[in-house]
Design a protein around this ligand. Structure first.
Ligand SMILES: [Zn+2]
Length: 271
């Protein structure tokens, strides 16, 4: 019986994730163009057909229609279902990371940081796609992540007390990578790393602390160099590198598996 409950709860979290994911698609599309996020109904990019409610069910409408517009049959970008599914799975992984296979645990002891990390995942997902397309991280995302960082700090101090909260780790986290990357930004005059990337390391550092933001930095450099070199080989992709997606991936890997990775690394050296 408990297993049925768990599966149901995780399914609800997944559905919630894909609904937020479809909102992220609107943000990704309209924010760089400074359009209103709420005013206009979504429409087909080819024929202008205004989507009905049954065309707007995240993930499932796209799958059901085979990735094509109901009216004109033109293909609809796979970015929509990919962002929705990615956001859904991110929410499930974050909750599984906190409660394991027994989702029912969240009713016994709810951890507000799971919600904070879900919001972080959504912000990272949206800013990654925008950065990938425009080479720019809108500053609003970094403000949002900074607010999440403050909320997390308040939660930790309330829940664990000033001494048990390790609040210093988070303050140091704000500066740990951002100072170094700011120096690189300053010396290279913005050519080696973007200002938005530096701010992302600062805001995310406050949220996840210095150990995990350092790990995120190493992971993003590793992912960035390997994947970008591969892409340049395969598709002759342009040499400009949008770091946002790699930094975001590094942060999410650190949030989900960072403690395990650091523990494993330290054991390697017998520490
Ligand atoms: Zn159409």
């Amino acid at each position: 019986m408990e297993a049925v409950w768990s599966v149901t709860l995780y399914l609800i979290i997944f559905l919630y994730g894909i609904f937020i994911g479809s909102f992220l698609n609107v943000v990704i599309l309209r924010l760089p163009k400074k359009e209103s996020l709420t005013r206009e109904r979504s429409h087909c990019m080819s024929c202008g057909y205004r989507l009905a409610w049954f065309d707007l069910i995240p993930l499932f409408s796209w799958l059901f229609l085979g990735g094509r517009c109901r009216k004109c049959g033109q293909p609809i970008s796979a970015q929509y279902p990919i962002v929705e599914a990615a956001n859904g799975f991110a929410y499930v992984f974050i909750f599984m990371n906190a409660y394991g296979l027994n989702a029912y645990g969240m009713f016994e002891y709810f951890r507000p940081d799971t919600v904070i990390f879900c919001l972080l995942a959504s912000a990272l997902l949206a800013l990654s796609v925008i950065d990938f397309r425009t080479y720019e991280i809108p500053v609003g995302f970094n403000v949002f992540i900074l607010v999440l960082g403050c909320a997390n700090l308040v939660y930790r101090i309330v829940a664990f007390g000033v001494r048990g909260s390790d609040w210093q780790d988070y303050i140091i986290g704000f500066f740990a990578v951002s100072l170094v990357t700011y120096a690189i930004y300053y010396i290279s005059q913005g050519k080696a790393i973007g200002g938005g990337d530096v701010k992302l390391f600062a805001s995310a550092g406050l949220l996840i602390g210095w150990k995990l933001i350092l790990l995120s930095f190493f992971l993003s450099c590793l992912l960035g160099s390997v994947i970008h070199l591969a892409r340049m080989k395969i598709s002759k992709a342009e040499h400009v590198l949008a770091m946002g997606p790699y930094i975001s991936a590094g942060i999410m890997i650190s949030v989900l598996f960072g403690d395990r990775i650091i523990g494993w690394y330290l054991r390697l050296f017998g520490l």
